[in-house]
Every structure is written in structure tokens, then in C-alpha cells.
Write a protein that binds this ligand. Structure first.
Ligand SMILES: [Zn+2]
Length: 603
């Protein structure tokens, strides 16, 4: 259950005896439970109908009404007896008058600096900056409010209170424009639609994902976002780009900007002679990255470097914006130094786009030259004779073919592993019988649970460190053959070098070899991929609680840093990562692991 479900806003309609709407109140319920039943509270002349965001009608509540601009609430009992009910209606009506008055009196100062609060940026354009991780914008048009992006559902209350602070009456919300189908931009839209009846607009190529509420990777929700639960979002209007959305005296031009997602959109508003661009995650911040990070993860996340490149060229061909309103601007608190201004010069705009164009051009060329070697559970030949068999039991299996001798990296997953390996090898015209060595990167029970089944079919040695042999001897048959990495001259290893590591995990090892001039590293517990926040936290807790060995971990990192591989094949690929490493990615991975050591010492 999300915070929006148990204590939140709802609408109270006051109907006359004929069922005609007389007044509508937005209320916030606090510290109360919804009553079991009671779709309509009956009465001869006045009826209170309370509708929550699930279209469930409620009664028997104590509500409190927001006073926009003052942060005050007024308690407003709603009883089932007619006397109290009438008093409630009167109380609510009085409050609404007060509220309206306050809204009229409210004077907002204009500042184009992105703040972590409700801010009037320019004219009738407002920032709701207290959302996390993305912001939302509101435009106050002569025919109601237009919201650009909705934030996550648990933040809906924050979104509404910021509108209150700005004197913007949420009952006037008519349109919700979604820049793209990622949870941090869209998840609250359904709640707001139910609350206000506003129409939701989204890019056609993102609509299926939105309506289905998944899969999680398509909505980018495999990234850590506490409190977020996926659900379907109804879309009222599908957009292709090129449309004009009119709201009273405001016109929003729709620009299709695929790349970050296939259905990504930007919206352009002409306001007070200024060209205002709502850029979503196509240009996700002014100071930092564009939204190009999405193109570096597996295709199931739906980003595409080639499309992105085209989009950036499209934007470059359009007139530059005067105000750039991205999905993730860097915000500062009131009075804090270093604020970023939404006003942008044509030169700064061109610099942003050109940096992105260079970046995407390079990525497209790299994918073309090296293959888009995503470790995303799809079996593929990464290089000549180097196979990723896909994931079994959520962990990756790799095989190297060295002149017909197969080296198998991976021994996890229990009894079914052997059939999995045999079947996947057959896809590449290779036979299980040609496996000459099994190379587990860890000797934990979990990482070696498939060993017994492999050994029943294969008469080959297991390549481990000395510590690994000690560990496994107790669990495997007596006649199991081990090749120990610390021993000199181990011909069974063929072209592969084994690197005993330590400090984290059970007898951890990494393996390195070269293929066609490229350095390849197969790893297990060490190093941890810093893109996985939970794995990094686990590492810090492990080291910090004294279970690990900080010194040995540091030494292991130093050893691995020297290898600087071109391809990294971890047991647990994160977000379907690309096996190819570029630029300073590897030193960064090692550095993040070193930082984890520092953090573990403070733990
Ligand atoms: Zn996004």
C-alpha cells in the first residue's frame, strides 16, 4: 500500500436533491480510516459524496481542509446525521471562500532558478521542485492547469501541497502531459487523473507500457525507488509528435524525441514571448548528463542510441529555447548558493546538444564495431569462441572455446545447471562433453550448488584457489580432481590465468585471458558492480561488521586494477550491462569499491 492509499486527498461533492453538483471540495484525510460502506450519505436537500482516488465512495470521516498558501488545515467533521452534515457543508463552504481569498491575495515572486520547492519560474510556469527524483511543472492557462509529468505516486501529496502553496487550485487541473514512460515521471498520473478527471497525454510508443504498468525494466523501475509499486496508467490521448495541444490561451507544441524511451516527448510552450521547452529526460538536466545513461543498459530498458542521436539532431535544427525545463534539474534550497538558472543562451543550448551528439555518435560506432554485448539473459557469442550462455538461477554462465577445449565459468544453480549448459551449448554447436575444466569464481555453497550435477556428467577438474579446495573438499566426492591456482604450471588452465582474491566472499577468484587482442576478465564476488546499490550496501555491511578482510579486499582491488580488461564478465551482470568496457569505466569500478572500504570503516 502506498502512502496515497491510506491518508490522502479526496474530493467531496455537495449535490442537491436532484443530484446536481453544487460544490466540490478537495480535502486531506488525516488519522482516520475509511468507513466500510456508504456510497452516498443521504439527505433531503444536500448530499455529501466523498470519492477517493480509487473511485470508492466513503463516509463517516473526519477530514481536514488545506488552506493554500498558509500551510494551515482546518478540521471538518463529516457526520452521518443531517444536522452535523449541514454544519459541515457550511463549514466547508466558508473554508472555500477563505481559501479562494488567500489564493487571490497570494503574490508569487518570479525566479528562474531551480529550487527544491514550489517556485514560480516565469509568467504562468511553475516548478514543483520538492519531488524526488524528478520534478514536475505546472502551467496556469486560461482554461485550467496543465501539469508536465507527475512524479511518483507516494509524492502526490507533496505535489498537491506545492500547488496549494502556489495558489494553484488542483480542481482546475485539466491536462497531464507525460514526457516518457519512466516511473519517476508518470507513476502519480493515475492518482491525479482519478482525483481531478484530468486527461493524460503520452507518446504513442510508450502507451502500451504505461497501460500495462510494466514490465519493470521497461518502466526503469528495476532501479531502486523505495515505495514505488507499479500499476497501469490510463492514457486518454496518444501523441506522435507534431500535434498542438491547446489549453485556453496556451499552445503546447509536441516534439517526438525517441531515444531515452521510444515514446519520449518534449513540449514547447510560447509564454510571454519566451520559448519554454519541457525536455523530460531527453535533456534531463542542464548541468549534468542528458538522459543518455539509458542507452548503456540492455535493450529491455528500451533506450536506443541511434534514435537518441537523431533526436538530438532534430532538437538542434529547431529554434533554441529561452527557458529549458528538464526532468531532473539540479535544485538548491532557498538562499543556497550555486543555483542553476532555467534561462539558457543559444550557445549553451548548442553546447549541450553537441556534447550529446558526440557521445551518442561514439556509442553507435562502438556498438557497431564491438557488438552490443549486453549480458541480458539472451545467449550470445561475445567474441569468436567466447559465449555468454545466458543466466541460470539469476547468475551468468560463460564458456571459452580454446581450440575445441571448452572452459566453463559457473557452477551455481543446483541440479538443473547441467541440462541448461548442455542446451545452450547446443545452440552454438558445442557439446557438453568437450568441457575440460570448470572454473567457479566463488566457492560459496550458492556459487557451487551445480557442481555435483556437472561432475556426474563430466570427468574434468575444478579450478580453484587453495582456500577453495579446502572449502569444496568437504562437500564433493573424494575422487574430485582439483587444479589449484597457487600451484606452479597448471596446463589444465590452457590460455587462462586464475587470480586468487580475498577479503569478500568464499575463496573468490577471477580469471583472465586474451582473445583477438582483447583482455577478458571473468569475476565473481570481487569487484562489486557499483551500479547495484544493494550489492554495494551488502559489501559495506559485510566489511564493516568485521566478517570480511578490508586489507585483503584492498589488495584484491589493486591486483584487478592492473588488468584493466576490455571485456568484463561478472557472475551477476547488473541491469543487463554491456560486457565491453570503455574509457575509464574499469578504474571507476575499482575506485567505487575502494570508496566502499572507506565507508565500511565508518560503519
Ligand atoms: Zn527517464
Amino acid at each position: 500500500m502506498t502512502p496515497c492509499d491510506d491518508s490522502t486527498h479526496a474530493l467531496i461533492d455537495c449535490l442537491d436533491a436532484g443530484g446536481r453538483l453544487q460544490a466540490r471540495f478537495l480535502v486531506s484525510f488525516t488519522g482516520t480510516r475509511w468507513a466500510e460502506k456508504g456510497s452516498i450519505v443521504g439527505g433531503s436537500t444536500t448530499i455529501l459524496r466523498i470519492v477517493d482516488h480509487n473511485d470508492r465512495s466513503k463516509t463517516g470521516l473526519v477530514a481536514s481542509v488545506f488552506l493554500p498558501g498558509t500551510h494551515n488545515r482546518k478540521t471538518c467533521p463529516i457526520m452521518t446525521d443531517s444536522g452535523s452534515r449541514k454544519r459541515s457543508v457550511v463549514a466547508c463552504a466558508v473554508l472555500v471562500v477563505v481559501v479562494s481569498g488567500l489564493a487571490l491575495w497570494r503574490v508569487s515572486s518570479v525566479s528562474p532558478v531551480f529550487r527544491d520547492q514550489a517556485t514560480r519560474l516565469a509568467g504562468r510556469v511553475y516548478l514543483l521542485g520538492r519531488l524526488n527524483p524528478s520534478v514536475a511543472y505546472v502551467v496556469d492557462t486560461s482554461d485550467g492547469l496543465v501539469l508536465v509529468d507527475s512524479g511518483i505516486e507516494p509524492d502526490c501529496r507533496l505535489l498537491l501541497s506545492q500547488m496549494d502553496e502556489l495558489g494553484l487550485d488542483v480542481r482546475r487541473l485539466k491536462k497531464i502531459l507525460l514526457t516518457h514512460a519512466h516511473v519517476d515521471h508518470v507513476q502519480g498520473a493515475m492518482y491525479l487523473r482519478r482525483l481531478t478527471g484530468a486527461s493524460v497525454f503520452a507518446g504513442r510508443a510508450d502507451c502500451d507500457i504505461l497501460r500495462a504498468g510494466g514490465p519493470p525494466s521497461a518502466l526503469f523501475s528495476t532501479f531502486e525507488m523505495p515505495g514505488v509499486e507499479l500499476h497501469a496508467t490510463e492514457i486518454d490521448v496518444e501523441l506522435d509528435g507534431g500535434e498542438i495541444i491547446t489549453s485556453g490561451d496556451c499552445r503546447f507544441e509536441v516534439i517526438a524525441t525517441p531515444g531515452h524511451t521510444p515514446g519520449s516527448l518534449c513540449f514547447v510552450l510560447q509564454s510571454n514571448g519566451q520559448r519554454v521547452l519541457f525536455s523530460g529526460d531527453t535533456v534531463s538536466s542542464i548541468t549534468g548528463d542528458l538522459g543518455t545513461y539509458a542507452t548503456r543498459v540492455a535493450p529491455r530498458y528500451r533506450a536506443d542510441a541511434g534514435d537518441y542521436l537523431e533526436t538530438l539532431n532534430t532538437l538542434k535544427a529547431l529554434p533554441p529555447p529561452d527557458l529549458l525545463l528538464p526532468g531532473h534539474p539540479r535544485t538548491v534550497g532557498e538562499g543556497e548558493p550555486g543555483g542553476v538558472n532555467a534561462s539558457i543562451t543559444p550557445m549553451a543550448w548548442r553546447d549541450i546538444l553537441e556534447a550529446g551528439i558526440d557521445e551518442m555518435q561514439e556509442l553507435v560506432e562502438r556498438h557497431r564495431a564491438d557488438g552490443a554485448d549486453f549480458l541480458d539473459a539472451t545467449p550470445r557469442e561475445l567474441m569468436r569462441g567466447l559465449f555468454y550462455l545466458g543466466d541460470y538461477d539469476d547468475k551468468a554462465c560463460y564458456v571459452l572455446d580454446a581450440q575445441g577445449r571448452l572452459f566453463l565459468f559457473g557452477a551455481h544453480g543446483g541440479p538443473g545447471l547441467v541440462e541448461f549448459v548442455e542446451m545452450r551449448l547446443a545452440q552454438f554447436d558445442r557439446r557438453l562433453a568437450d568441457v575440460v575444466a570448470i572454473l567457479p569464481a566463488s566457492c560459496s555453497v550458492e556459487a557451487t550448488s551445480g557442481l555435483s550435477s556437472l561432475l556426474r556428467r563430466l570427468e574434468c577438474p575444478i579450478v580453484v584457489s587453495r582456500a577453495g579446495r579446502t572449502e569444496l573438499k568437504t562437500r564433493l566426492p573424494e575422487d574430485t580432481r582439483f587444479v589449484v591456482l597457487e600451484d606452479m604450471n597448471v596446463p589444465e588452465l590452457g590460455p587462462i590465468e586464475g587470480i586468487p582474491l580475498g577479503g569478500y566472499g568464499v575463496a573468490p577468484v577471477a580469471f583472465r585471458f586474451e582473445r583477438d587482442g582483447k583482455r577478458v576478465l571473468v569475476s565473481g564476488a570481487i569487484p562489486v558492480n557499483p551500479d547495484s546499490h544493494p550489492e554495494m550496501e551488502r559489501l559495506i555491511v559485510f566489511l564493516g561488521s568485521g566478517q570480511g578482510d578490508v586489507t585483503r579486499y584492498g589488495q584484491s582491488l589493486s591486483r584487478l586494477l592492473r588488468d584493466n580488461p576490455d571485456l568484463w564478465l561478472p557472475t551477476r551482470p547488473v541491469h543487463g550491462q554491456n560486457a565491453n568496457l570503455y574509457d575509464v569505466r574499469w578504474p571507476l569500478v575499482i575506485r567505487e569499491n575502494r570508496n566502499a572500504i572507506s565507508r565500511s570503516l565508518e560503519w
